[in-house]
Design a protein around this ligand. Structure first.
Ligand code: SAH
Ligand code: SF4
Ligand code: F3S
Length: 482
């Protein structure tokens, strides 16, 4: 295909991606090198990630670009380049960012040539950008969720003298492949299969800040996973806001179940996880694929949000309590020992005690391995924000009751494999106990057992000696005699 270019100074700048960003990475690399020589040390960068796995994966892409440019990663925010990848799903996520920005200002006073950038979901909200412009003028670059691939270009503009570089896209159809990525873990990785969300649950801001659903082509996904496996990855997490509607809008439509079956064939890959499944789109075909694909982990995260059919309707979730329970039955019939986890919102507008009791009822019937429980947070611009809110004390009381129930059940069910030998993927050294390592079962439960750094990233047979409620203490099988 003919390469289109635009002229910038002397050089011709490619207009196609990813070539354009490759070009800017080279440009910025030279500038970073010069600065680093002046300082007599490498330039450091620090990315602080808020929010979900989607953001975590985006941050790996951002770090990939920064390392390519010549920055060296640092844990400290006293760095030459600090980037906050923000979340806005609940208000406390926003408040954290504003708090940290105040703190960064004090560091920047001491290091005036430090660069500060903000990106991610919160920056897709005009009110947040206005607030940053007005009250946090020490921020240098602001971009959103649709153009993270442009970091090098935006940094170039900043270094070329722009005061505050702001580039927010309303939405996009573009998916830029093949840019550098720097993974946090050598042995496991997230893999985006789709971006955005079309569901517009009435409480949720995500569709407004992440745009409409776009699926990556299966061949791009498979090629990425093959590369990851060749690079030592044994476990992948397929990422999307609603993976069950994967592939519907592709030129050649593919279902999520078909994609799973293809990925299951990849040699050298050991474990496949995925997140998140919307109950309304979880098909029989997918349940069958989960049953047939031996690499698919024994864990399903199936957000409930509320157990009341009335509330679910107002939430625009498009399933009832009965649909959800029937779905759980079908899944358990196909995969009997599967661990189920969920998300629940307490205090959605208009939630009554009876509605809340319905939620408790589902929790008691399903018996989740764990549940993330959230207090409803008003998101400006969503339909639920305009509805009548439940008083704070009532919400707090329900939240405490729900949490107690969830924890009680979780303590009972998580120990179900005690006394058996299971495969554990070792993730790290144990934070709390010298000479121990920490890993996960395929059902995602944590196991601690004696071991050293040599087993990190390996799958080890472990005898689960004792359940401690939310985790196990175990012994590697070859050491059991000792
Ligand atoms: N796409 C996923 C969820 C992404 S957001 C899904 O549909 O399941 C993660 C969780 O945050 C949601 O499951 C929900 O429980 C919670 N959440 C979203 N908006 C919220 C709000 N306004 N207040 C409180 N919790 C919210
Ligand atoms: Fe939000 Fe609903 Fe989309 Fe999940 S499915 S991201 S809760 S709108
Ligand atoms: Fe937050 Fe955006 Fe994820 S709002 S939960 S980081 S999609």
């Amino acid at each position: 295909m003919e390469q289109k270019t635009e002229v910038m100074g002397e050089a011709a700048v490619p207009t196609q991606e990813p070539e354009r960003q490759m070009y800017f990475m080279e440009q910025v690399k030279a500038l970073v090198k010069r600065r680093s020589e002046e300082k007599g040390r490498p330039l450091t960068c620090c990315i602080n990630t808020f929010g979900c796995q989607m953001n975590a994966r985006d941050s790996e892409k951002l770090l990939g670009i920064l390392e390519q440019i010549g920055y060296v990663e640092s844990d400290s925010e006293d760095a030459d380049f600090v980037l906050y990848n923000t979340c806005t799903v609940r208000d406390n996520a926003n408040q954290k960012v504003y708090g940290r920005l105040g703190y960064l200002q004090t560091i920047k006073r001491k290091h005036p040539d430090m660069l500060i950038a903000l990106c991610g979901c919160m920056m897709q909200e005009a009110t947040a950008v206005e607030k940053v412009k007005k009250s946090y003028s020490h921020v240098d670059i602001i971009f959103g969720t649709h153009n993270i691939f442009k970091l090098a270009e935006l940094l170039y503009r900043k270094l070329a003298g722009e005061k505050m570089v702001i580039d927010i896209w309303e939405g996009t159809d573009e998916i830029v492949e093949d840019l550098p990525i720097e993974r946090k873990y050598p042995f496991k990785s997230g893999v985006n299969i789709m971006f955005g969300c079309n569901n517009f649950c009435s409480y949720c801001i995500v569709p407004y800040v992440r745009g409409r659903e776009r699926s990556r082509k299966p061949e791009d996904i498979i090629a990425e996973i093959r590369r990851l496996v060749a690079d030592g990855v044994v476990e992948i997490m397929l990422l999307g806001q609603n993976v069950n509607s994967y592939g519907k809008n592709l030129e050649h439509p593919v279902t999520f179940a078909q994609l799973l079956r293809q990925i299951n064939e990849i040699e050298g890959l050991e474990r496949i996880r995925f997140m998140t499944s919307h109950p309304k789109d979880l098909s029989k075909e997918l349940i069958q694929a989960m049953k047939d694909c031996e690499k698919v982990c024994n864990h399903l995260h199936l957000p409930l949000q509320s157990g009341s059919s009335r509330v679910l309707k107002v939430m625009n979730r498009r399933y009832t309590k009965e649909d959800y329970l029937a779905l759980v039955d079908r899944i358990r019939e196909a995969v009997p020992d599967i661990a189920l986890t969920t998300d629940i919102i307490v205090g959605f507008p208009g939630e009554t005690e009876e509605d809340f009791q319905e939620t408790l009822d589902v929790v008691r019937r399903v018996r989740y391995d764990s549940a993330f429980t959230f207090i409803y947070s008003i998101r400006t611009g969503t339909p639920a924000a305009a509805m009548e809110q439940v008083p704070e004390e009532i919400v707090k009381d329900r939240f405490d009751r729900l949490l107690a129930e969830v924890q009680k059940i979780s303590g009972e069910v998580c120990g179900r494999d005690a006394g058996t030998v299971q495969k554990v993927l070792v993730e790290c050294l144990d934070d709390h106990k010298e000479g121990y390592v920490t890993g996960r079962l395929t059902n995602n439960t944590v196991v601690h057992f004696p071991g050293d750094a040599s087993v990190i990233g390996k799958i080890v047979d472990v005898y689960l000696e004792e359940s401690k409620g939310f985790y196990y203490m175990g012994k590697p099988v070859e050491n059991m005699e000792g």
